[in-house]
Design a binder for this molecule. Structure first.
Ligand code: ARG
Length: 576
């Protein structure tokens, strides 16, 4: 059950019943557990509105709330808010329910949407960088969270596979990269090298730059040889990226890169011209927000135009993103989530503004994220000081995980070690990213990656296996364990139970606000509360109803940790 939701409704009804008006309860968890579990803040604004004494009104609401079995205490505090403490028995009953539920007590959302999560989306002929790693990890977690809410979710890898760089690549390949035949054996790093060199050359060599433009025009008009080269560039990049996706355990439903939208681009520009939203400026076609009417507020004074066709006739990233929204709309997509570096926020602000002006109804969200910094606050580098590729980052994480697992004294055979090192190393990389508020930059520190204590992936993976080993020791089946009722008395039991009871609210909040770190925080709190409980209370050695109840807390802890980590895309092992 979503307890917070339930209480919000309950308090709302108490306000309506006692005060005769419908008003939001404004329910929040209390800051200090001394005062209770939740606070109702909705009475004060209401009293002000009605010019009635707030504490008096709050007392009436408190009285109504006290009559419900869920509420142990409801007291008026301060200028007129209410503190609520939930009844221990009621919490215990909800937990017993969750143990019988295949979804661990998390209901689906009431309204289901068709949602595209646009994530990872690296560019062709370039190695993925850590920014794409963040997008991939966060995007994948969001896909799973939203899917668990019951939405129809499409993970879309919107590859940067079209644009002026292909003219440069083709010209470079022919001028100094070994020619068309060489493409068969090029690695991604070599391809990237050709691109970098060609870009340099085009700067000082006008005839080479012309050559590149000609090759691009030929590619765009369907020249067979150039088309074949482009296909190879895409294939080389995909093969390399697929290895990273494989290691991360990430897959996509769509691979509609920018090239997919290419045929639609002239139509997009025509439409914007016809609607008077775009105009010509020195040969280019632009949208000038500061010249238009009915521009969304944020953009009204924006001087930076949205460029949709260059002077030479080339279309841009912006043009293909408009086409992308139109295409998604035609397929019934109701919400698009773009998991892209925060530095692209202006692009998305402008894109969303254009979509709105075109009258397309779709919920659009830019789920931005900060940069990944090295431990000294600078760009990430290897121990030798070289720039870090994703593959080498993952290699190092796995190597360190193997060492960490041995140091921790975890009993793993030589044969199982690669699998465990991968799960722990990759899990640690993912968790260290996901636990951050995604909007902040974060420091990636190899020395703090493999931690079996504190808010880190390996600790949570280990915590997720503890329940299983307790049940194995007791010879009880964890998967089917569900006692008829749970009784809680010890403070450590109650603290753990109160945290566990938040699971459904947390999962929905993390999904609704696209903030996976909310789930990480919960899982860490659960693991910590479980440790304190396990230190304070005997489980297998206790008896009767106490034993059943403590086993139940252990089982729910284990299930939430497993479910939560799995939703975040982090592998959970059976034993550690
Ligand atoms: N390829 C872009 C980049 O690497 C990200 C694309 C994000 N998705 C989108 N629909 N614009 O920066």
């Amino acid at each position: 059950m979503r307890i917070e939701r339930f209480l919000d409704a309950l308090a709302g009804k108490a306000i309506e019943d006692t005060l005769g008006v419908k008003a939001p309860a404004i329910l929040r968890p209390t800051q200090d557990p001394k005062h209770g579990d939740y606070q109702v803040n909705g009475v004060m604004p209401l009293a002000k509105q009605q010019k009635r004494p707030p504490r008096e009104l709050a007392e009436k609401v408190a009285e109504a709330l006290r009559s419900h079995e869920a509420i142990a205490e409801a007291t008026v505090a301060g200028p007129g808010f209410l503190n609520i403490r939930l009844a221990d028995a009621w919490i215990a009953a909800r937990l017993a329910e969750s143990l019988k539920d295949a979804r661990d007590g998390v209901p689906e959302s009431e309204t289901k949407q068709k949602i595209v999560v646009d994530y990872s989306s690296p560019n062709i002929a370039k190695q993925m960088h850590v920014g794409h790693l963040r997008s991939t990890i966060i995007g994948h977690a969001l896909v799973q969270l939203l899917r668990f809410q019951g939405h129809e979710v499409i993970g879309d890898n919107h590859l940067g596979d079209w644009g002026t760089q292909y003219g440069l690549l083709i010209a470079g390949l022919r001028a100094f990269g070994g020619g068309d035949a060489a493409v068969a054996s090029l690695s991604l790093a070599q391809l990237e090298g050709i691109y970098v060199e060609a870009k340099k050359r085009a700067k000082d060599d006008e005839s080479f730059a012309d050559e590149a433009r000609r090759e691009l025009a030929k590619l765009q008009s369907g020249d067979a040889a150039n088309r074949a080269l482009w296909e190879r560039f895409v294939a080389i990049t995909r093969a390399e990226n697929d290895k990273v996706y494989e290691r991360l355990g990430v897959s996509f439903d769509w691979w509609k890169g920018e090239s997919f939208y290419e045929p639609m681009l002239p139509g997009v520009v025509d439409e914007l011209l016809a609607k008077g939203l775009a105009r010509e400026d020195q040969g280019a076609i632009c949208i000038f927000f500061n010249e238009l009417e009915n521009v969304p507020n944020k953009l009204a004074k924006q001087k930076t135009p949205f460029l949709i066709r260059k002077k030479d006739g080339a279309f841009l990233y912006s043009t293909s993103d408009i086409a992308t929204v139109e295409h998604r709309k035609s397929l019934g997509v109701e919400r698009s989530i773009y998991v892209v570096d925060s530095r692209q926020s202006q692009h998305f602000e402008q894109l969303f503004g254009v979509v709105q002006m075109l009258g397309i109804q779709m919920q659009l969200e830019h789920v931005g994220f900060g940069m990944v910094l090295g431990s000294s606050g600078t760009a990430l580098a290897t121990r030798e000081g070289n720039a870090l590729t994703l593959a080498s980052l993952l290699d190092e994480a796995e190597a360190r995980a193997a060492v960490g697992v041995r140091e921790q004294g975890i009993d793993i055979s030589e044969q199982d070690m690669p699998k465990v090192a991968r799960a722990v190393g990759i899990g640690a990389v993912k968790y260290s990213d996901l636990r951050q508020n995604r909007l902040s930059d974060y420091q990636f520190d190899f020395d703090k990656l493999i931690e079996f204590k504190g808010n880190a992936g390996p600790y949570l993976q280990y915590a997720a296996t503890r329940g299983g080993s307790i049940f194995r020791t007791g010879g009880i089946d964890l998967a089917s364990f569900a006692p008829a009722s749970i009784t809680l008395t010890e403070p450590a039991e109650l603290a753990l139970a109160r945290q566990l009871a938040k699971f459904a609210d947390v999962v929905h909040a993390a999904a609704d606000t696209c903030q996976p770190h909310l789930l990480c925080d919960h899982l860490y709190a659960v693991a910590s509360d479980f440790s304190r409980f396990y230190e304070a209370c005997q489980v297998l050695k206790s008896e009767g109803a106490t034993r059943e109840s403590r086993l139940a807390l252990t089982a729910i802890t284990s299930r939430q940790l497993r479910r939560g980590l799995t939703l975040l895309g982090i592998e959970v092992l059976e034993r550690m």
